[in-house]
Design a protein around this ligand. Structure first.
Ligand SMILES: *Cc1c(COP(=O)(O)O)cnc(C)c1O
Length: 435
């Protein structure tokens, strides 16, 4: 190891902390995102061994470059083995296209990877610290469920989840609102961006004298971003470096992780950013102009983000070289009708059932490959199609099988706190609850 990894604030380069502080603070008082000072570069023997390494083995090797002395190697090994105890599946769809199924975790979405790694770290930090930790998280759908499931029952940690009322699926809402114990769901009468703004503002300016440590668990938390790189090493190590990778993108955590893995030396042919009608990123990749918009509701609802929180980090991974970004990454976007048609068409053509988010990535990969004959690719499927039976069922003849882990959430008693948008409402709630 070549010295400890330092994390700096994107808003203030002088603000520098270690992994533990960056993870527990989540975001700086000046609303800056933490960024590792450099992309960790595994040694060359790592890439030679990569095709044989398991996901937990990859996680320990790459993870330790980022966590350094803040988590002892043996503890990190235990965290990774516990967090990544479910399979990552690579399936061939046709000769040129493979799918990377990231939805075999407990909540059937890729957010399990980040959430479970982070919960392991926070559990370890809480053991060593006396203060109650309160994790605030804004969700557009899947984050909250993954966080709730990952943190459920963790001693010394409360989790408070904000979600936009009426804008998440029934199953997603049940995952958030039926846990109880140390998990609280807050139903915000607004959009995901409202929820994210509330969390960011309260973390930046907590209510005075709150006797708890507030932290975040959004994809803005570096402890969730880092583990999302692990499965890209795993997948590209197995598929080969001439593979084009397509990532369905919303808040841009997942694609930033892919870019980090790439820039660390992982061979990859090209990166494709796929979005729904919220097309800020494809537009940037085409024009060079980053213009956040109000979010639009779509059937790929976990990607309904108008102002992607990880955009700055994404650029930083490429040393803010716009030319390099535009050369390395292509962006495509699709509306609901195109997504629906693709789910139906791929099912007819191959028998494979896509969820709306995976479908966006599959479409974008197809479009890129069409203009690049001779290349082949891999797209990330980020949620199990059974999470979206109301959309996917009618398009595939109702054949979507529900994984056992999801079936548990089909019923249960909903319990949530209704709240108006605005940081003041959340601050007031916290001040009342933790006196
Ligand atoms: C969160 C989410 C995304 C978007 O990932 P980002 O890291 O926010 O870009 C895509 N698909 C699903 C199913 C998700 O839950």
């Amino acid at each position: 190891m070549t010295g400890e990894m330092i994390y700096y604030s994107l808003k203030d380069k002088e603000l520098r902390v270690g992994f533990r502080e960056a993870a527990l603070q989540g975001i700086t008082a000046g609303m800056g995102l933490f960024m590792p000072e450099r992309i960790a570069r595994p040694d060359s023997s790592f890439f030679r061994r990569l095709p044989q390494l398991s996901l937990p083995e990859i996680a320990v090797e790459i993870g330790s470059l980022y966590t350094g002395a803040d988590i002892p190697q043996q503890v990190l090994r235990e965290i990774c083995e516990r967090a990544f105890d479910f399979p990552v599946v690579i399936r061939e769809i046709d000769q040129r296209k493979k799918v990377l199924e990231l939805f075999h975790g407990p909540t059937a979405a890729f957010k399990d990877f980040g959430a479970r790694f982070m919960a392991g770290c926070f559990g370890y930090f809480a053991e060593r610290e006396r203060k109650q930790t309160v994790v605030l998280v804004a969700t557009s759908g899947d984050t909250g469920g993954a966080i709730a499931s990952s943190f459920f029952g963790v001693e010394g940690v409360d989790v408070i989840i904000l979600y936009p009322s009426g804008k998440v699926s029934r199953l997603q809402e049940n995952q958030l609102t039926t846990c109880g114990r140390n998990i609280t769901a807050i139903e915000v009468e607004g959009s995901f961006d409202d929820c994210q703004a509330m969390v960011r503002h309260v973390l930046a300016e907590p209510p005075p004298a709150l006797p708890v440590r507030l932290t975040s668990a959004n994809s803005i938390n570096i402890a969730r971003l880092i583990p999302q790189t692990f499965y890209y090493y795993y997948a590209l190590g197995r598929c080969g470096g001439d593979t084009v990778l397509s990532v369905p993108s919303g808040n841009m955590g997942n694609i930033t992780a892919a870019a980090m893995a790439w820039r660390s030396g992982l061979p990859m042919a090209h990166l494709v950013a796929a979005t729904n009608s919220n097309r800020v990123l494809p537009r940037y990749l085409e024009t060079g102009l980053f213009a956040p918009q109000p979010p639009v509701a779509t059937i790929a609802n976990a990607m309904d983000v108008g102002d992607p929180g990880n955009f700055e980090r994404f650029c930083r991974v490429f040393d803010d070289e716009q030319g390099l970004i535009m050369k390395s990454v292509s962006g495509y976007w699709y509306d609901d009708e195109q997504i629906r048609q693709h789910i139906a068409a791929e099912y007819r053509r191959t028998g494979y059932i896509l969820d709306p988010h995976g479908a966006v990535a599959s479409l974008a990969l197809d479009e890129y490959l069409e203009s690049h004959p001779g290349m082949s690719g891999l797209f990330a499927a980020t949620a199990h199609p059974a999470k979206f039976t109301d959309i996917v069922g009618p398009l595939t003849g109702g054949r979507v099988e529900m994984p056992e882990t999801l079936a548990r959430f089909a019923d249960g008693v909903k319990s949530s706190v209704l709240m108006k948008p605005g940081a003041a409402s959340l601050a007031g709630y916290l001040a009342g609850r933790y006196r």
